[in-house]
Design a protein around this ligand. Sequence first.
Ligand code: FE2
Length: 335
Amino acid sequence: MYVRGIAASEMWVQLRPMRSTPLSQTLNVFRSKRPLSASTNQWIGLQQWREAPLNHDRTWGPKGPEPPLTPATSPLNQHCNGFQRTPSSLSEWGTLVLSTSDPITKARLSHHAYTLWRENDLCLGVWEPPDRPARPPKPHLEALGTGFFSDFAHVADDESRHYLWCSERLAELGFSYGDMPAHNLLWRECEKTSGCVAARLAVIPLVQEARGLDAGPRLVKKLVGFGDNRTSSIVAKIAEEEVQHVSVGVFWFVSVCAKMGCTPDVIFKDLLKEYNVELKGPFNHAARDEAGIPRDWYDESYTTKDRNGLSEVHERLACIISMEKQNSALGDYVH
Ligand SMILES: [Fe+2]
């Protein structure tokens, strides 16, 4: 009923309107991939369960489930957390259940609401539920812990320093922040993944910041070519420090997967598909290796090449050619 803080309210959560991509939907990725299709065997007792009489066996007696000896005496609205009236629709009852922190009361309210529903005393209705269910002070829910927040506060501190270096250099060149157009890709990806920490870690540090590892050395080389050694040094230092950001992302992504009991490489690929995130090479394998992203997570051709027995030299040549092509494209862009 209140196992791990979610089960009692789970049936009510299903009444909630779906907003963007909810965590529950994302977590389904981690569960069975068995499709709900016509070929799925339906449980033989489903219809019987639906039509079964209301079950009032709310206690566990010497011989098993039985109705309570004395009916509950306290009025149901005693713990209604600000509800000024008795709900008149199933969705309003659902909201009341979600807004009630005491688990016993939550259970009583659930049963009472379902009883009314079965007696045809309720309409379905539309009601805005709370974003999170009310909970008692205990149990303490499993969380990522202060280490997670400490690491990402550190990342934010690094980024703020990177900004100041760039801002200072722009000023030296006669520009300031905002003089040149910029894209909003990073924040768009943040919005997309705001409901799921695993997806956020996969998409931001492991894809977007990892792209910085790929692009950094190419930009450094171009800047040296322009004779701007001061800017190239700044970009090189930023690219070097991005390794730590990707590394922190890998650490926490694997930790979150471990907490969920799922395999990181499978989930990483599933999340990118679900959130429609594309992986683009050429990849800076040395920096990615240093950051700890396994190559088979992001390089689909890796295992294929391995299977085909292509030599490492061939792979490196292909990578150099690909990076040279990118350099030309980058040159066009910079000009
Ligand atoms: Fe970063």
